[in-house]
Design a protein around this ligand. Structure first.
Ligand code: GRF
Length: 198
């Protein structure tokens, strides 16, 4: 049997991108991939339950337990996360709604192995609330970008983008809702591209 690429997904929230990718793999659309773990930094992340229901191993590295008196011990948090990642031996790490900035040490340890999805047409609208940023700027269209992760936040090389128009009357919610299924398709298509070149 052909060797499978070991994929680890990091998610903080809902996990719809994770579900779409896991289901695409289960349906045989990404034959050379297997998800060997879903890591969340949030105990209440619905992504954890979604992974469990798909019999994908789950791991919680709780960022809240490194927060005290308003400060965040990022170094220790990243150390625990890096130790776990090394143990899981990923060929690819997928950020799917992971709401923390990944530390330099992890990025260096998994250089050219970390991928993210961002809900804008990068380089436009980096950072949080990208859909709202696009609306507020009066754009006629926006989209999503699947890209490699490097030290430059939302600045790594693009793998694939997809667009959607912005309609009069759109809100951050309506636009995000319309973009989400496009994100799912684009993440899967980007993975296909990456996996066929490995
Ligand atoms: C998506 O909009 C993604 O682009 C952004 O965070 C959101 C995650 O959604 N990075 P989900 O948790 O995958 O449903």
């Amino acid at each position: 049997m052909a060797i499978k690429h070991r994929i680890v997904v990091l998610a903080s929230g809902r996990g719809s991108n994770f579900c779409a990718i896991a289901d695409a793999i289960a349906q045989g659309h990404l034959l050379s991939a297997e998800i060997v773990g879903l890591i969340s930094n949030k105990a209440k992340s619905p992504a954890l339950a979604e992974a469990k229901s798909r019999e994908i191993p789950t791991y919680l590295v709780e960022s809240a337990s490194y927060r005290k008196d308003g400060s965040f011990d990022r170094t220790q948090y990243e150390k625990e996360l890096l130790t776990l990642l090394i143990k899981l031996r990923p060929d690819l790490i997928l950020l799917a709604g992971y709401m923390l900035v990944l530390g330099k040490e992890i990025i260096k340890s998994f250089s050219q192995k970390i991928i993210n999805i961002h809900p804008s047409l990068l380089p436009k609208f980096r950072g949080l609330h990208a859909q709202k940023q696009a609306l507020d700027s009066g754009e006629q269209e926006t989209g999503c970008t699947v890209h490699w992760v490097n030290d430059d936040l939302d600045g790594g090389e693009t793998i694939l983008q997809a667009k959607t128009p912005i309609f009069a009357g759109d809100t951050e919610e309506s636009l995000s809702r319309r973009l989400l299924p496009i994100e799912h398709k684009t993440y899967i298509a980007a993975l296909k591209i990456v996996l066929t070149h490995r």
